[in-house]
Design a binder for this molecule. Structure first.
Ligand SMILES: Cc1ncc(COP(=O)(O)O)c(C=O)c1O
Length: 424
């Protein structure tokens, strides 16, 4: 059986231990190939019930009294995220705010923890919000921001930052280094353990953005000696648009770090409402303010499903699914002008692959318009295609690739007249 036979995907589905989860999500169009779970995951049916129940029976019925048991939910939900996907023991993760805010908070804390050091490092292919925040912080604080070039030809394999690429930039002037665990565009996976250890040799901290990794691969933060990390919950986490993000601060460094915005939830005796700030010793010392309880309940449901399914089974399905995608690329798409911009090594990628094509933007719009396939386009020329293990079947991916092949082989995509949405 070869990958180009539909039976190949159907056989994988027949043996898939996660197949039963697909029906636990809302799907109003069974003919759609949704290959964008790495941008926004699907809605779990149970979330509808849980949120309704919360609205009516908690907010509605309990009103302000509800805060008596809602108050510490950012920590409880953080612990769940830690257990389900991060490989983090209790008391190190908070579910709160956005990835951008959490990133800004940890950046400020890392700079303050390395007084006198004036250099911070990231890479050109990093997600825009991270780069923009770093630029702002560097400008305001007079820091030297090094942006490693991993985009121009020959600079790095599929944007992948390795210890060999990073080391020449390191010195004892570096306060912290920050990269994505999985690059948002190419899907390259960075070796978090090797990079963290290398930076530590120079006395610096490492901040990981795991937005494209959480819920797709095994992260094992505690075992890998990670200091600091952030990420979102709305991609492979299936917790909904704008659901609270998370931050991870390893217990070993919690006492030596103070975030920039010291809000009232971080106060040791919060309801004493005293005149001066005294940071709480627990992970709450990193929380700014009131959590969105509705958002947390969405996370609890979706990450509860992930915990039950197990991140090891999920990671395995990502590996098999992306392998099938690469097989289909080789068989069908390479000859149609596509180039694979993701590693063929399973440990160097996550749950999505990136295909480069000179007409990528038009093809991405045409896939939605003519073929009922949902990918996303990333500037300047790539289409991202993902497997979200709880919500995708293998055959859904296979059908999506077949439709992509036909759309480009027949040049039907050239008939696209619209620009598509502002959101790609
Ligand atoms: C890698 C990465 N970091 C940060 C963000 C921004 O997340 P937020 O809008 O929650 O701040 C995203 C959003 O997609 C992302 O992919």
């Amino acid at each position: 059986m070869t990958v180009t036979e539909r039976e190949f995907a159907l056989n994988l589905d027949a043996e898939d231990p996660l197949a039963r989860y697909k029906d636990q999500f809302v799907n109003t169009d069974p003919n759609m190939c949704y290959l964008d779970g790495n941008s926004l995951g699907r809605l779990p049916k149970k979330t509808v019930e849980v949120v309704n129940n919360y609205l009516l029976n908690e907010w509605g019925a309990e009103v302000v009294g509800g805060w008596g048991h809602w108050i510490d939910e950012a920590q409880a939900t953080g612990d769940l995220i830690g257990r389900a996907v991060l490989g983090a023991g209790a008391g190190q993760v908070l579910a709160c705010d956005t990835t951008s805010v959490n990133f800004y908070q940890l950046v400020g804390a890392a700079i303050a923890a390395r007084p006198g050091r004036k250099t911070i490092i990231t890479d050109a292919a990093n997600f825009p919000t991270d780069r923009y925040i770093l630029q702002g912080v560097a400008d305001r604080m007079g820091l030297n921001l090094i942006i490693i070039d991993n985009e121009s030809p020959g600079s790095a394999e599929c944007e992948r930052i390795t210890p060999e690429i990073l080391e020449p930039y390191l010195s004892t002037d570096v306060a912290f280094v920050t990269f994505e665990v999985i690059q948002y565009r190419s899907g390259a996976r960075t070796d978090i353990k090797a990079i963290t250890e290398l930076v530590r040799k120079y006395g610096g901290l490492t901040i990981w953005d795991a937005s494209h990794a959480a819920g797709a691969i095994e992260l094992n933060f505690d075992d890998n000696g990670v200091d600091l990390a952030v990420g979102c919950t709305y991609k492979y986490g299936n917790s909904g648009p704008g659901s609270p993000a998370w931050l991870y601060v390893n217990k070993k460094v919690q006492n030596s770090l103070q975030v920039s915005i010291q809000g009232w939830f971080a106060q040791a005796d919060q309801f004493e409402m005293g005149p001066t700030f005294e940071k709480d010793n627990s992970i709450r010392g990193f929380q700014i303010a009131s959590p969105s309880i509705v958002g947390l309940r969405c996370i609890n449901t979706a990450f509860g499903m992930i915990e039950e399914a197990t991140i090891s089974a999920i990671a395995k399905k990502c590996a098999t699914g992306t392998q099938m995608m690469i097989g289909l690329y080789d068989a069908w798409l390479a000859e149609l002008g596509f180039t694979l911009n993701t590693s063929r090594e399973v440990l160097e990628r996550g749950g999505h692959i990136s295909l480069v094509h000179p007409d990528a933007k038009r093809i991405a719009v045409a896939l939605r318009e003519f073929a009922n396939v949902i990918p996303d386009y990333r500037t300047p020329n790539s289409i991202r295609l993902a497997i979200s293990p709880l919500t995708n079947s293998y055959v859904e991916i296979w059908d999506g690739f077949q439709r992509l092949r036909d759309l480009v082989a027949t040049r039907q995509y050239e008939k696209v007249t619209t620009e598509g949405s502002r959101v790609t």
